[in-house]
Design a protein around this ligand. Sequence first.
Ligand code: NAD
Ligand code: DAU
Length: 352
Amino acid sequence: MSDTILVTGGAGFIGSAVVRQLIRETDAEVVTVDCLTYAGHRANLAAVLNSPRHHLVVEDIADAAAMNDVFERFEPRAVMHLAAESHVDRSIDGPAAFIETNILGTYTLLEAARHHWRERDGEDTDPFRFLHVSTDEVYGELGDEGAFHETTPYDPSSPYSASKASADHLARAWHRTYGLPVLVTNCSNNYGPYQYPEKLIPVIILKALAGDPIPVYGTGENVRDWLYVDDHATALRTVLEKGETGETYNVGGRAERQNIEVVHTVCDVLDEIRPRGDGSYRSLISFVTDRPGHDWRYAIDCTKIENDLGWTPTTSFEDGIRQTVEWYIDHLDWVDEVLESGYDLSRLGTGA
Ligand code: NAD
Ligand code: DAU
């Protein structure tokens, strides 16, 4: 029997990195389940669409009949659940989709997985596993000191992080109540190729290349921890295969930066590889009204995944940023394609 892994949200930023890795580095059959929202694109899966081991199922995870059908049809050995509404700013402007996908969608998927797992249980196969992929934002904000641990109490600030927190609680409840073999990861900010141009790093790159003001929220002193997307994909595969069910693993890049430092790093790389005639890209920086409920600082203690499972990030922040800037410069056609759905890089999430 072939090994089949179902990846929800596989046409998105992180999901597509996971799918590409699975096809490239394993013999598994990979089923991408994705309803192709504004953030999900076939173009993100271009490298695998012709693989006989990859199957794209365009369905909504909140559609119970469709999810039951997917489990019956493909009989996956494992689920990597990444499908979500993922942008904090959009959750401020319109929380409904976040409740529907992140909470109801996760519930629907957990139920479909539970029925599949029950039927599969006892068969002479590898044990079923369900990896629920989440964020460090569920822990809320930190002051200038300290870091999030797996035991840090949840204290989400935004509709996005509250919806992810709800989904995490559901996933853990399905483990405790029904015994579903669930694992949970909480990761810090990802960056890299194929990130939808609404998040900080692609926004900086594209605004800078266009010669437009680079919007920095508030004072620019808020801190995030940054992880290169392929390192996150490796972490997720490591937890799926080696993690203990019922456990949570924090994932981070050990690369804390103030937002303004991130902006400076991107501008400096651009100054080097694509110099503009009229001075540094830094001159485009524009401080704008802060995000409502803007968390001050995130920092991740990822000692557990490092010590217990032997995973560590391999791409430094500086190398990752350079690769990312180069990727966007080389893929402006991809940017045009994914923006066709109607987004023009304008400010989101003011709560107006
Ligand atoms: P993304 O927005 O780039 O991709 C999300 C994907 O999910 C898209 O392809 C979209 O079409 C799909 N999707 C959305 N709603 C769906 C639905 N109802 N049914 C089926 N598919 C649906 O997001 P991302 O940045 O790749 O994040 C992936 C996951 O990782 C999310 O669960 C997010 O919370 C989590 N995460 C993200 C980060 C980050 O920095 N981006 C960090 C930690 C955790
Ligand atoms: O921490 C993990 C989370 O990281 C993920 O769960 C989310 O899915 C992902 O979107 C990301 O959330 P953030 O809100 O941290 O990412 P974003 O890129 O939107 O913003 C990063 C920081 O940069 C944040 O402090 C807000 C600021 N910012 C953002 C944008 C888009 C700006 O200053 N200017 C901008 O234009």
